[in-house]
Design a protein. Structure first.
Length: 344
């Protein structure tokens, strides 16, 4: 792993890594706190790397220090559960892969990442920001998961400023980096610039999953600038690249719900429930939009139509996903009163 000023989480991550790895290597990119000392005391080998505004360069240096048959990477705020650690050890003991794709959980999102790699394949990290390895060879998917657990927010300008520095030097952004640059502009509320960059990205030959997400980011950008028509079209545009996904269906439904078009809202919330999610296609998956969100929203739709019994039923279905959610609990109380105690 690479780390900088991660004294609050590094011991936790090293401890997790030690449960699956023969060696734990931490490459420090310029910490001013006790990250290095804590990592060493936790049992890691610590090396220094002079930061050059390039995450891939640091990652590649860290990989150059490994000498095992397989190399696994972590972020300093990643954690591995005991059961997932056991799975990972089994995966490596069999070793019939060049790339092991494991689930990466971050908040409500989850997706597959290239996580364990055969060292003799000489994989190379690419991208100054949001660095990645292009999988090749024998690629296998496993259910073991790594969970990204931040204790404090990342500087929102960090990644954007790295991109600005590289662009100011005349460096070319490939299609993947162009997508992430546009997303960083959106995160920093530079909506006009984000719209320009992401529309340019959509005209290129980038990965379809990135294009689909770019459409969703454009939806947020247009909505933030008050262009509701362009926002809605951006969601529909995502269907040109990948089959409709639950989140996009829910966002479309939200637009119709806010405009009072309840039939259209019902259609798209129900579509979200029906479309399913393919976790192995590389896109981000937020399971709330495949279950709880459309169900609780259909409860709202039927409540506004005055069909309290159907609203109650949809709320109960939402509760099957998140039984402790306050909106479900409050809806149940409200709808029970509307039904005059007919439903207990």
């Amino acid at each position: 792993m690479i780390a900088k000023n991660e004294s609050d989480v590094i011991a936790r991550s090293v401890a997790c890594a030690k449960t699956v790895a023969d060696r734990v290597i931490v490459v420090d990119t310029g910490s001013s706190d006790d990250t290095k000392k804590i990592a060493e005391e936790a049992g890691a080998e610590v090396y220094d790397f002079e930061w050059c505004d390039d995450f891939s360069a640091a990652r590649n240096f860290s990989f150059s220090l490994a000498d095992g048959d397989f190399v696994m990477w972590l972020d300093a705020d990643d954690v591995i559960s005991e059961s997932d650690a056991a799975q990972i050890k089994d995966i490596v003991s069999v070793g019939d892969f060049d790339v092991a794709m494991l689930i990466y959980k971050s908040g409500d999102l989850k997706y597959y990442r290239e996580r364990i790699l055969r060292r003799s394949m000489n994989f190379v990290w690419e991208g100054a920001v949001h660095e990645a390895i292009t999988p090749r060879g024998q690629i296998k998917y496993f259910s073991a998961a790594i969970e990204h657990k931040k204790l404090r927010p990342t500087d929102p300008l960090r990644n954007l400023m790295i991109y600005v520095k590289h662009i100011s030097k005349g460096e070319y952004l490939d299609e993947r980096q162009k997508f992430y640059y546009g997303r960083e502009l959106y995160y920093n509320k530079m909506y006009s610039q984000a719209i320009a960059v992401l529309n340019d990205f959509l005209n290129g030959d980038g990965w379809v999953q990135n294009k689909a997400e770019a459409c969703r980011v454009l939806y947020y950008c247009y909505a933030a600038t008050g262009n509701q028509s362009a926002a809605r079209l951006s969601l529909v545009r995502s269907f040109l690249y990948v089959p409709p996904r639950a989140m996009e269906c829910c966002l479309l439904a939200d637009i119709f719900l806010s405009g009072g078009d309840y039939n259209a809202a019902k259609y798209w919330y129900e579509a979200a429930l029906a479309c399913g999610e393919n976790e192995k296609d590389g896109g981000f998956v937020d399971e709330r939009y495949s279950g709880f969100v459309p169900c609780i929203s259909l409860c709202v739709v039927y409540d506004r139509l005055g069909d309290y019994k159907t609203a109650f039923d949809w709320n109960e279905r939402a509760g099957s996903f998140l039984p402790n959610d306050l909106s479900y609990i409050n809806n149940k109380r409200y709808l029970s009163s509307k039904l005059n105690g007919e439903i207990k």
